[in-house]
Unconditional design. Structure first.
Length: 95
């Protein structure tokens, strides 16, 4: 999220709103202007960022639950497909 602060001081603006909006779109960011002086946009900025955090965490939790229900393929057994018949050995050195 890109937050433009001090929006009440328009005469001292260093970055125009259009430029900030274009930057935020290019970088896939939400954009909002705020002013602590008159409290405009502050609540909205907090609500948007908290909503986004909640959405991302929910998505992560759902993905973790889906992966927990999937079979564990990494615990399988390695099978050699070579044509040479090799002596089968125990993993711990026993014959």
């Amino acid at each position: 999220m890109l937050v433009g602060n001090k929006s009440d001081l328009r005469h001292l603006r260093a970055v125009e709103t259009d430029e900030a909006m274009a930057f935020s779109e290019q970088h896939n960011l939400a954009f909002i202007e705020t002013s602590a002086l008159d409290a405009s946009g502050v609540d909205t900025a907090f609500q948007r960022i908290l909503t986004e955090i909640y959405r991302l965490m929910s998505r992560r939790n759902m993905a973790a639950e889906e992966n927990a229900n999937a079979p564990d393929l990494s615990a399988g057994q390695t099978i050699s497909l070579s044509s040479d018949k090799q002596e089968r050995r125990n993993c711990c050195g026993g014959g």
